[in-house]
Ligand binder design. Structure first.
Ligand code: IPM
Ligand code: MG
Length: 353
């Protein structure tokens, strides 16, 4: 098949991990006779430096023309001055919004071999296989902001249709998995959460009576995620709660460097990115774990290109490298041989072959 893929390396370790993702895509293409063409564009701090704009029009045009977008990470201390007029993160938020990718899928699996890399007791990690479906284009991230010398506000708004469409995505996923959906809100305090909960209850009763529904307040959910992680199947939640809970959930797997994400909208075009940030402290040193980006490539093959068996091949290759003892610095135990970003990528490519 033919596919056009837009690459947005971004900042910090972004270029290193996107390079790894591209190499995996090229390997898959040559193995299966696909034709993937790549267009690399500026985003984030790199785009601010070059153009003053964290998401230049050229980047938007390229993303809109693509079948899928693979992004590394954006941000870094260089652009973090609180009084700065533009920030790298604004580019990422605008991109999510322009592409209409309202559903952010963040799967979390724990490999037995990596149980020691997690700060959580290994007996609690047996069988952890969950996916957080985070609403990505609404809520407090996108509400009006005000600021004076001594006060500030961020408005959080949700419309029923925004809640319905994300819950449908999550519930349909749950139906194909273990049939359990957990909706997370703060309905004891927030009006948006009360609308969220009412909408979830009604929609699940009407359209997904076969999917088991559990509702948790976000503070309790943060605790349950650590005390009984294996119980969760699909978790659906609003934008900011999803941001926080997925960083927490990454500690089940052992490292932020392992968790991929897919952001999807109404069409098959998707935005794929590791959930980690730009990690400026380790940028350019070959220390980054490319697994999250390579796993995001697997999601890209699955969700945007419909190449399920190639997606499984990539996921299997990552697993086999780790099972054979391949460790980047973030998941290495004392005494382990540590692979660089490119050495880990090479090992995955070898496993693909
Ligand atoms: C994420 C990141 C972003 C977010 C930042 C970089 C804006 O933390 O993708 O989880 O908050 O959504
Ligand atoms: Mg985050």
């Amino acid at each position: 098949m033919k596919a056009q893929i837009c690459l947005l390396p971004g900042d910090g370790i972004g270029p290193e991990v996107v390079q790894a993702g591209r190499a995996v895509l090229e390997t898959i293409a040559s193995q299966h006779g696909h034709q993937f063409s790549f267009d690399e564009q500026l985003a984030g701090g790199a785009a601010i430096d070059a153009t003053g704009n964290p998401l230049p029009d050229e980047t938007i045009t390229s993303c809109e023309a693509a079948d899928a977008v693979l992004l590394g990470a954006v941000g870094g201390p260089k652009w973090s001055d609180p009084s700065a007029k533009v920030r790298p993160e604004q580019g990422l938020l605008k991109l999510r919004s322009v592409l209409g990718v309202f559903a952010n899928l963040r799967p979390v699996q724990v490999l037995d071999e990596l149980a020691a890399a997690s700060p959580i007791k290994s007996e609690l990690l047996k069988g952890v296989d969950l996916i957080v479906v985070r609403e990505l284009t609404g809520g407090i991230y996108f509400g009006e902001k005000t600021r004076s010398e001594t006060s500030a506000s961020d408005l959080c708004t949700y419309h029923t249709h925004e809640i319905e469409r994300i819950v449908r995505v999550a519930a349909a996923l749950a139906r194909k998995r273990r049939g359990k959906l957990c909706s997370v809100d703060k309905a004891n305090v927030l009006e948006t959460s009360r609308l969220w909960r009412e909408t979830v209850d009604r929609l699940m009763a009407d359209e997904f009576p076969d999917v088991e529904l559990e509702t948790l307040l976000v503070d309790a959910a943060a605790m349950h995620l650590l005390s009984r992680p294996a119980d969760f199947d699909v978790i659906v939640t609003e934008n900011m709660f999803g941001d926080i809970l997925t960083d927490e959930a990454s500690m089940l797997a052992g490292s932020l460097g392992l968790l991929p994400s897919a952001s999807l909208g109404e069409s098959t075009r998707g935005l794929y990115e590791p959930i980690h940030g730009s990690a400026p402290d380790i940028a350019g040193k070959g220390l980054a774990n490319p697994a999250a980006t390579i796993a995001s490539v697997a999601l890209l093959l699955r969700h945007s290109l419909g190449l399920e068996s190639e997606a499984q091949q990539v996921e299997g290759a990552i697993r086999s490298v780790i099972q054979a003892g391949g460790r980047t610095a973030d998941i290495a135990a004392p005494g382990d041989k540590v692979l660089s970003t490119s050495a880990f990528t090479e090992a995955v490519i070898k496993a693909l072959r």
